[in-house]
Design a protein around this ligand. Structure first.
Ligand code: CA
Length: 225
């Protein structure tokens, strides 16, 4: 298998070096950037398979980095945040990160999250070809592309997986905990707001009427006319 490449964006040197050392020990090729602009440049130059991205950065912050790289190409992003309340804020903003880790974190936890994210993307890419059509929305699972009314819509890997999951069972109410377990692979039932933020992003990108909220339960995909 091709060696996988991870871009670590972190301006705190000690954290950046520990993260890079751990990921190299796990067999990844690691590139590093210490500010917003160089993160975007390095991303374009090395085409990493995953990005570990600190929020507070010189130049412009991790949110802006996330927006710019996700606009270029869909890539899994693990965001590093300074505090829990910062994570809450980011989840609410639906910036397109796939997972969050609050400092301080153990290198073991970081490695585990990275492996889960990569497995999810690789598993999704290995799924047999299937093109789904829902009204004017076309979903190509092989190319991981979504087109609405002839125009391509850029989704993050997690948004794409969530959409495919919902689209596979249209008009069926799926509980948030189950979506979290099936799409994110988290079984403990925590972090259901992560589901909410990704639904919010899908509505913003594909239309507010696409996903119906069933209060206190979960979400259902409505087939557009
Ligand atoms: Ca920082």
């Amino acid at each position: 298998m091709r060696e996988r490449r991870i871009l670590v964006v972190e301006d705190e040197r000690t954290i950046a070096q520990s993260v890079a050392a751990r990921l190299r020990a796990e067999g990844f090729t690691v590139d590093m950037a210490g500010d917003g602009p160089s993160a975007v440049d390095t991303f374009r130059a090395v085409q990493p398979d995953l990005v570990v991205l600190d929020v507070m950065l010189p130049g412009f912050d991790g949110l802006e980095v996330c927006r710019r790289i996700q606009a270029d190409r869909s890539v899994p992003v693990l965001m590093l945040t300074a505090r829990d309340d910062e994570t809450d804020l980011l989840v609410g903003l639906a910036v397109g990160a796939d997972d969050y880790l609050t400092k301080p974190f153990s290198m073991r936890e970081l490695a585990a999250r990275v492996h889960v994210l990569l497995r999810r993307v690789e598993r999704a890419a290995a799924t047999p070809p299937a093109a789904l059509r829902l009204g004017d929305i076309e979903i190509s699972q092989t190319e991981r592309r979504v087109v609405r009314a002839g125009a391509e819509v850029h989704l993050t890997p997690t948004e794409f997986d969530l959409l495919v999951h919902l689209a596979g069972r249209p008009r069926t109410v799926l509980p948030r905990e189950r979506l979290l377990a099936d799409v994110w692979g988290w079984a403990d039932g925590s972090g259901t707001r992560t589901v909410d933020s990704h639904v919010k992003a899908l509505r913003r990108k594909l239309g507010a009427d696409l996903i119906r909220t069933v209060h206190g339960v979960g979400y259902a995909l409505e087939v557009p006319a």
